[in-house]
Design a protein. Structure first.
Lengths: 352, 548
């Protein structure tokens, strides 16, 4: 027993969130996956520093230039034209290597749209010292495409997962918690809504509007919440009549607080279980729409577009194999992380 | 610990076969994933004998029975269990190949379970399920087996056996389902029946009938019964010998009369006097009224069949015309079987259900703007301590929640202080449980959880506590402690209790006044002494007789 003069007594036990993190770390596979995935994500978020056709810094004749942020005409570096400099041009390369001049390039010398005009072989060309993973059928560097494509895919999947989960949980919670007529009306609405042909709508919209990632996100979000909503609804229906909810009602806790503090945390199992699958599902959805040509605008680096190139150039094994490898590794990491996350969020898991 | 020899064998119908035990278990050990739950137990059952295996939940008694039939999946079972249906030709059950075990199960040894609703297949009629056993085990033809099934059902005392054989499990009452289970278990004339808590899931008035049925069948067939139970009273009236189990050990065994007359082991003694003791505050004259009800009626809408259901829903009346008065500092017991409407009455008293009539707590009725304030004065403790605490909240969050609602101005420090006070009042503190506040409910036993639930109710300092079967889900010794805690709290705080229970012994120990409910109506009410000594209604008499 503490007396009232004491400050809050120090806790010998770690806090609940700390214990959740410890449970997560105990799943080695999941923990390593998280580290790897975060590493890949950080690399792809800073893709411009990793894979870029422009040098990060150039010191030319005593002056410092930052071509990554600013366009300089070729004349700056002793070229003949006022067009923006192509830093991969052997002539410019040579100028930059003169004594007193230097340039700091990214490890991979190509951006997502850079064409390699100086390839030794016809496009698509195989892996070489210039293009580590080869080029695609237009002469763009495959490694650069994969890095940028991974970034687009993961960010898109994150956004789609968040919007889907938020919509699904909110609608499921409303139906399950209030039940009765609310539930009935909402269920009928979902039945009508889910009968809409999603793919046709996508095709129609991609014909009417200029294709963009934002449009795709909105369209997929509109139809992606229903599955999760049903699971959350079922959990809410089960949990709302349990004794701890009754006890909270008897204490006078408001509906909103009961949902947030009592029912929701106990209804998150399907949400958390499906989280990695939703994420990988979203990546696959974007990839397959790109594959069909209904996805991101042309020119945007994308895994689906690469797969479609792999299909069209079946002998260029480096395209399909490396894209396939990126997809498999991403989806695998997500699934392993999901397992660890589910363990972490369940306090009933034994703590050893 | 006394080993019973053949000379003291009670009531064996065939004294010759009594010389050799029907089942001889020696050094039985069962472990799950490296954790041993049964630590080398020895016992014997003689033909025609009734042995009771008594213990609290988690003592390993059910696992013992299941391991004898090879039904413990994933368990490592060691020891000897020699089963000799024919003298001289015994089999070793624990090392028996699966196929031979299959032949013994349901034929020489059969089993009945606690919950007949889940033990019977809901998709087949009980007649079909019993006939299936006969076809599989004896190889009867379908027509013949169906006729035999009807006869077996008739033997168990189910009325209209021909019609009932065509009924699905959900169409029968709990008692009838258990009778059907018994019929199925006895279909092949087993030598040994393992009965795992056969009456626990049933209403008190039905329990006695099922036990009588088991006794009668046991006598007429001369089979041996291993009764697994937590209820010593059951043992007293049923068994010949008893083995008391605690934490995977048999701590004491012997004849029922001997054990009850002179229990040797302290655990046995504790079990025997786990009957709650009456210890109530003297009622104060002219105490203010804590809860009063006049003509309370609660009805649930139920869908009507067919097209009529589209237009109008029917209603199921759970409680009607309930009048009651409960004075501050006193206990009003409400007793009845499942479905009698007593829990509905509790929810109505808590203002959690819509009802007709008047129901006032401390002179103020529900349904006004001051409901929120009123909630502070009336709190609840539910039956199942596993369902009544949110598994994802820490003890501090659970107990402190009421303060967030009713005293939001309290600082975090003061709130934690109040949580400590409430917890120590129910007998939980940091020295017993390091990191108590940050623990989750699953880290506590049932009784400790029930204490947490009581602390959650007490922290807002209510005047009236609704206790909905507060000890029914607990082991007997734990239940007794909880009742003692509640008695102490009533004395110290002058709490009024509305005590809902099916257990007459709990009412006897706790209540000043009692209501007997049946089918949603109050059939009898009055002071405990008067109602229990001179019951006016036949139903009350049955209820009282069931626990004697």
């Amino acid at each position: 027993m503490s007396n009232s003069i004491d400050p809050i007594p120090p806790l010998r036990y770690p806090s609940p969130s700390r214990r959740a993190w410890l449970r997560f770390k105990r799943n080695r596979l999941g923990y390593v996956s998280l580290l790897l995935f975060c590493g890949l994500l950080v690399v792809s978020l800073f893709a411009e520093l990793v894979s870029n056709d422009r040098p990060l810094v150039v010191v030319y004749q005593g002056q410092t230039y930052f071509p990554m942020w600013k366009d300089y005409p070729e004349t700056t570096f002793g070229g003949d034209f006022t067009t923006p400099t192509d830093y991969l041009d052997p002539f410019i390369r040579q100028r930059l290597q003169q004594t007193g001049n230097w340039a700091l390039f990214a490890p991979n010398h190509y951006g997502p749209k850079t064409l390699n005009y100086f390839a030794a072989e016809p496009n698509p060309s195989g892996p070489s010292r210039a293009n580590w993973l080869g080029t695609d059928d237009r002469g763009r560097d495959l490694l650069a495409q994969l890095i940028y494509g991974f970034r687009v895919s993961v960010l898109f999947a994150l956004a789609l997962t968040v919007s889907g989960v938020v919509l699904g949980v909110i609608t499921g919670a409303i139906q399950g918690f209030f039940g009765g007529k609310t539930d009935l009306a909402f269920q009928r609405f979902i039945e009508v809504w889910s009968a809409m042909p999603e793919l046709y709508l996508l095709i129609i919209f991609s014909a009417v509007f200029a294709p963009s990632i934002a449009l795709l996100l909105v369209l997929l979000s509109l139809f992606g919440w229903m599955g999760l909503s049903d699971y959350v609804r079922a959990e809410f229906l089960r949990n709302r009549q349990l004794d701890y909810v009754r006890a909270a009602r008897a204490l006078g806790v408001s509906d909103w607080k009961i949902i947030v503090r009592h029912v929701l945390p106990n209804s998150m199992t399907p949400v958390v279980t499906f989280l990695p699958f939703r994420m990988s599902g979203a990546i696959l959805a974007l990839t397959s729409l790109d594959f069909l040509g209904l996805g991101v605008p042309p020119g945007t680096p994308s895994l689906g577009e690469l797969l479609s190139q792999g299909k069209n150039n079946i002998d260029a094994w480096w395209i399909s194999l490396s894209t396939f490898a990126v997809l498999v590794i991403t989806l695998l990491l997500l699934t392993l992380m999901g397992d660890a996350l589910r363990d972490a969020l369940d306090p009933r898991k034994a703590e050893q | 610990m006394t080993r019973i020899g053949p000379d003291v064998m009670p009531s064996a119908p065939q004294p010759v076969s009594a010389l050799t035990p029907l089942l001889h278990v020696q050094g039985l050990r069962v472990s799950f994933g490296g954790r041993e739950v049964v630590h080398g137990i020895d016992f014997e059952i003689f033909p025609g004998e009734k042995l009771a295996l008594v213990g609290e939940s988690g003592s390993g008694k059910t696992v013992t029975a299941l391991s004898l039939l090879g039904l413990t999946q994933g368990a490592l079972v060691k020891g000897i269990a020699r089963f000799g249906p024919v003298p001289g030709a015994s089999v070793e059950l624990l090392t028996l190949p699966a196929q031979k075990m299959q032949a013994i199960r349901g034929q020489d040894i059969s089993m009945i379970f606690q919950e007949p609703m889940t033990a019977l297949n809901p998709l087949f009629t009980i007649g079909e399920q019993i006939a299936e056993v006969l076809q599989l085990k004896i190889g009867l033809a379908p027509v013949e087996s169906a006729q035999r099934a009807i006869k077996l059902i008739a033997d168990t005392g189910i009325e209209e056996p021909g019609r009932r054989a065509g009924a699905y499990p959900h169409q029968l009452s709990g008692g009838q389902r258990q009778r059907a289970m018994i019929a199925m278990a006895l279909a092949c004339h087993p030598q040994l029946l393992l009965a795992d808590e056969p009456t626990t899931a049933l209403d008190v008035t039905v329990r006695k009938q099922i036990l009588d049925l088991l006794t009668q069948q046991q006598k007429s067939r001369g089979m041996a019964v291993l009764l697994i139970t937590h209820d010593l009273n059951l043992v007293r009236s049923f068994a010949d010998r008893v083995a008391v189990m605690e934490n995977g050990y048999i701590v004491e065994q012997g004849r029922v009369a001997d054990i009850f007359a002179a229990p040797q082991h302290p655990y046995t003694r504790r079990l025997i006097d786990s009957r709650p003791v009456r210890d109530v505050v003297e009622p104060v004259a002219n105490a203010p009224v804590a809860l009063s009800a006049r003509g309370v009626r609660v009805a649930y809408p139920v869908p009507r069949p067919g097209i009529r259901g589209w237009l109008k829903s029917g209603e199921f009346v759970a409680v009607s015309g309930a009048d009651l008065d409960l004075a501050c500092g006193q206990t009003l017991g409400v007793v009845g079987e499942s479905g009698s409407g007593k829990s509905t009455l509790a929810l109505a008293a808590l203002g959690l259900l819509k009802f007709d009539g008047t129901l006032a707590v401390l002179g103020q009725s529900w349904g006004t703007a001051r409901d929120r304030v009123l909630r502070k004065s009336v709190q609840v403790v539910f039956q199942d301590p596993f369902a009544s605490l949110s598994p994802r909240m820490t003890v501090e969050a659970i107990v402190g929640e009421g303060l967030l609602v009713h005293e939001p101005a309290l600082s975090a420090v003061a709130r934690r202080d109040r949580v400590w006070t409430a917890l120590s009042e129910v007998g939980l503190d940091e020295t017993q449980f390091p990191g108590l506040l940050q623990r989750y409910p699953h880290q506590f036993s049932g009784g400790q959880r029930q204490r947490i639930a009581i602390a959650r109710a007490l922290i807002v300092q209510p005047r009236l506590l609704v206790l909905d079967e507060p000890t029914s889900a607990l082991d007997v010794t734990m239940g007794k402690q909880i009742l003692q805690l509640l008695q102490r709290l009533q004395r110290e705080r002058g709490l009024a209790y509305l005590l809902i229970t099916h257990d007459v012994a709990v009412i006897r120990a706790m209540a000043h006044q009692v209501l007997v409910m049946r089918g949603g109506k109050i059939v009898e009410s009055g002071p405990v002494a008067q109602v229990f000594e001179h019951p006016q209604q036949e139903y009350t008499r049955i209820l009282l007789a069931a626990v004697e």
